[in-house]
Design a protein around this ligand. Structure first.
Ligand code: ATR
Length: 277
């Protein structure tokens, strides 16, 4: 690749039209006056490998990968970071000058950075953490929480077997709680995270009883549409510190943007406004 080629990046998923990433990266490119483009690419599973392998030849320096390709991309990448390997999924690719495709997972990083920015007094070691849900997003959240030093994770999921799989994989600091008992684990929790899609526009509400929530607990929701979920609203009324899920989306984009375009971007009010437009 010659020096004067304009760096290209984008997000690969299917469907991908709803992705907020193009708005965010374009905002940062404009803000920092950088040359570059970031585009959404709707690619089905059968074409994924072929498209990924062609992108570097077309001037792409990297890409984000989203649903349904986050796991499959691990088979296509030549190298993966430890955290991507541990989670078993990647969301950020770097196309290296030597032709190798490098996969990283920045979802957990984005989750923790959002928590730290939204709740500056949050202390991972303050007490047990309650996690609702055991899907793909929960894997990244759990790895990040354990890495941050939480003493214990109480994990509850409608399908108990998925929670047990995570417990087997990620170890002794995880306790599985029956979905019908999920409300009980909130009584001991210093941190509470909803990783399910419940409460999202078009989904049923999260019906876990919240009266056990501790005043002073830090409560966060991965759902960001609506920004203020009923879960967060109730937690706030009960005196908890609440952090909405939009910041995770913003923060997970930082490492990729920095690697591709050479500038570490700021997650600030303007970045939030860019994706809410
Ligand atoms: P993601 O990558 O966003 O985590 P996912 O892997 O499909 O997506 O996981 C969705 C999560 O929301 C799961 O924890 C799922 O519970 P199940 O494992 O039992 O499917 C949870 N979820 C979705 N709809 C739900 C519902 N109606 N009631 C309870 N949990 C639900």
């Amino acid at each position: 690749m010659t020096q004067d080629r304009i760096p290209l990046a984008g997000v690969i998923g299917s469907p991908v039209a709803h992705s907020k990433s193009p708005q965010l990266h374009r905002h940062w490119l404009r803000q920092y006056g950088l040359p570059g483009y970031y585009i959404p690419m709707d690619v089905g599973p059968d074409d994924l490998r072929q498209v990924i392998e062609a992108l570097p030849k077309a001037g792409f320096v990297g890409a984000n990968v989203t649903v349904p390709h986050k796991e499959a991309i691990m088979e296509i990448a030549d190298l993966a970071t430890d955290r991507a390997t541990l989670i078993g999924a990647a969301n950020t690719l770097i196309f290296r000058p030597d032709g190798k495709i490098h996969a990283d997972n920045t979802d957990g990083y984005g989750f923790i950075e959002n928590l730290r920015q939204g709740a500056p007094d949050w202390d991972a070691k303050a007490g047990p953490c309650a996690v609702l849900g055991a899907g793909g997003a929960a894997r990244a959240v759990i790895v990040a929480l354990l890495d941050a030093g939480v003493p214990e994770i109480m994990l509850s999921n409608r399908t108990r077997a998925r929670a047990e799989t995570l417990q087997k994989e990620f170890g002794t600091r995880i306790t599985v709680v029956e979905w019908v008992q999920a409300g009980n684990m909130l009584e001991d929790a210093a941190t509470v995270v909803n990783t399910t899609s419940l409460g999202m526009i078009g989904m049923p509400p999260l019906r876990v009883p919240l009266d056990g929530l501790q005043r002073g607990a830090t409560v966060t929701d991965l759902v960001y549409a609506p920004l203020q979920t009923r879960f967060l609203q109730t937690a706030e009324e009960m005196g908890c510190t609440t952090v909405d899920g939009l910041g995770m989306l913003l923060h997970q984009a930082v490492p990729g943007f920095e690697r591709w375009f050479g500038q570490r971007p700021e997650v600030d009010a303007a970045a939030r406004a860019a994706v809410l437009r």
